[in-house]
Design a protein around this ligand. Sequence first.
Ligand SMILES: Cc1cc2nc3c(=O)[nH]c(=O)nc-3n(C[C@H](O)[C@H](O)[C@H](O)COP(=O)(O)OP(=O)(O)OC[C@H]3O[C@@H](n4cnc5c(N)ncnc54)[C@H](O)[C@@H]3O)c2cc1C
Length: 464
Amino acid sequence: MNSVHYEALEGILGATRISEKADDLQIYGKDWTRSTPKPSAVVFPKTTDEVSKIMKYCHKNKIKVVPSGGRTGLAGAANASHEELVISLEKMDRIINIDPINMSIRAEAGAITESLHKAAKDQGLFYPVDLAAKGSCQLGGNIATNAGGLKLIRYGGTREQVLGLEVVLADGTVLDLNYDLRKNNIGYDLKHLFIGSEGTLGIVTQATMKLATLPKELRLTCMACPDFESVTKLLGLVNLRGIHPTAFEFFTQECLDLVLKHQKHRINPFQEKSPIYTLLEFEKQPEGSLDPMEPFLEEAFERGLISDAVIATNSTEFQNLWGFRENISESVAIEGNVRKNDISLPISSLPAFINEMEVVLKKIQGVQMFLFGHIGDGNLHLNYVGDFKQDYTEFRAVTRATEEEVFKLVQKYRGSISAEHGIGVLKKADLHFCLAPEGLELQKRIKRAFDPDNLLNPGKIFDL
Ligand SMILES: Cc1cc2nc3c(=O)[nH]c(=O)nc-3n(C[C@H](O)[C@H](O)[C@H](O)COP(=O)(O)OP(=O)(O)OC[C@H]3O[C@@H](n4cnc5c(N)ncnc54)[C@H](O)[C@@H]3O)c2cc1C
């Protein structure tokens, strides 16, 4: 970085909270995706005032910035490859308060998601945004990506939890939005614009999030299903029988085999192989009422929707079953070159969509497919995995044609090419499959209104 800028930022933060060390540039210049990090420097503010001062300086000097959270993003949205200044929020990780009357938790943006879970639990409450990256991702990153996760079916995603938001704009202005109110009709709800904006409209510095009551004991079953139609019918049965799932997830036999291959300690509770497995989790019924688990499974067997089922009877079995679902992404990353698709469809269209998609996927050669996801939300993760020995560009060329065909199907069924991971840089070229040109132009106009100099995370979501 230019020495004048370096010294000015050092003046705001002190010598220890700005870095140009090669290691730091590598680490903080990228997320989970493949990319070549090339930031100019990394800064580590500790307060909103510091973030504001940094942005005022960057605004005056037209310095481009990339806000950085836990860097677990899967769309390249936190990548800094063009000499941007990375603003890491990791030193702003305080839990500010927990309010059992308002049922809310306020924290700084750099608080790790799992620390919100822990802080809420210590007070006998529950923070419901739950994802496999929870040990590394941050509240600000979750808000900027509108993270979904495992419990969305019951509690909603990140957007549904945000009660109040503090953001720093491109010119350093601090906005304090919604004052943690449950009801507030004062025109456009600005906080929603920042949620899911991938750091392109402002830097989240604090937020107040809704809490829920701590779930009573959870019941968990993993069911073997013959096909996708059965999985969606199973979800219908769950709804009809009045079961309120806290999670309804799925993964294929290939995913189960992959996790077992890379995690030797896991125990496969199934004797026979099955095309698909569905995890259903729900809260235990109040004392005295009938546990719906056995009658539900019996009915599902009778209707031919499942061929086998295991019920977790203790915490070890509970973790073992969840482990099959939660460790797919990590196992896939060890297996080879990965291209991730994160699509969502109207839930009722899933069987028809998947039938057509399977025809498309059969055409691809030399690439393994892993299909899993939050099927209760209509969200499928389709991971293409190639051999590490194969050159990545070649691997992408092979997968690209199939990917485009899949996206055309997504468009046909009125789905989305990004259910929860965001657009970042990786999916910019595919935005047109689910957003009309008029919609994209409006998004660009909003960006220009907030950040006319295109300083905040430029080149993410779309190019201006
Ligand atoms: C194993 C694994 C499992 C995952 N499972 C899920 C899942 O189930 N559901 C899901 O939705 N995602 C999932 N993800 C993706 C990822 O964890 C989420 O997108 C997460 O919300 C990113 O948070 P982060 O703090 O790591 O953000 P980063 O990756 O650091 O950044 C993501 C984006 O947010 C911006 N940003 C970060 N902090 C701020 C801030 N304070 N203010 C403004 N902008 C900011 C960045 O500029 C970037 O655009 C998974 C990832 C992994 C690796």
